[in-house]
Design a protein around this ligand. Structure first.
Ligand code: UDP
Length: 195
């Protein structure tokens, strides 16, 4: 895979559609596990100042350029990334695919009410995807309940909305316990879906 490194963070050099078609869809079809981080300049600066977060970013399968500032930085490095990939759009494309293939999705994060509204709205729009569980995001990072639920549900996709860096820390800490699944931090996306 082609990367562009910005302040020690390896950004995937790909368009959204190419990434989905050539990386994510095949991984889901063969029950593999993938960890996606969508990062903006703020997150890169956070990694720059926090060695452990930077390590997590380097261990993820994909760091996606979510933010025009990342694209500009890649141009300055004379190794331009082809396009910005907004995390919200990537999540929605995953939901479209999940709906088409009747996949299992787990929703983790947000305030209880926000989460419930957003899951309800997603269910209404994508009636063929299977919501195999959801849990609000106000739990301790070491809490075992959520990961146990996820392990039992065996979702194809796990959307984690705890904000950065907590969502990536949770995925990094727990991903070894899962056999498969696309794991992605989605920040404030549930808030948007809740309306
Ligand atoms: N959130 C959560 N648990 C926490 C902190 C935040 O579930 O311990 C949720 C919060 O309710 C919101 C989401 O994480 O729905 C994203 O938060 P924020 O907008 O602060 O993160 P960003 O998208 O800026 O990374």
């Amino acid at each position: 895979l082609n990367h562009v490194e910005i302040l020690g963070v390896p950004f995937l050099k790909s368009t959204k559609n190419h990434f989905l078609e050539n990386e994510i869809v095949p991984a889901i079809k063969s029950d593999e596990k993938r960890f996606i981080i969508t990062a903006n300049p703020e997150i890169v600066m956070h990694a720059y100042n926090d060695e452990s977060y930077k390590t997590i970013m380097n261990q993820a399968d994909y760091v996606i350029a979510d933010g025009i500032g990342i694209i500009i930085a890649s141009k300055i490095k004379k190794n331009p990334l082809p396009e910005r990939i907004p995390g919200f759009e990537l999540m929605n494309d995953l939901l479209i695919f999940a709906n088409k293939e009747k996949l299992k999705v787990y929703f983790f994060g947000g305030k209880e009410k926000v989460l419930n509204h957003s899951v309800e709205n997603i269910r209404n729009k994508f009636s063929d995807l299977k919501v195999v569980g959801s849990h609000h995001g106000y739990v301790d990072l070491d809490d075992e309940e959520v990961i146990n639920q996820v392990m039992d549900a065996r979702p194809d996709i796990v959307l984690v909305a705890l904000g950065c860096p907590k969502q990536e820390e949770w995925i990094d800490q727990n991903k070894d316990k899962l056999q498969k699944g696309i794991l992605m931090g989605v920040g404030g996306s549930f808030d948007v879906w809740a309306g």
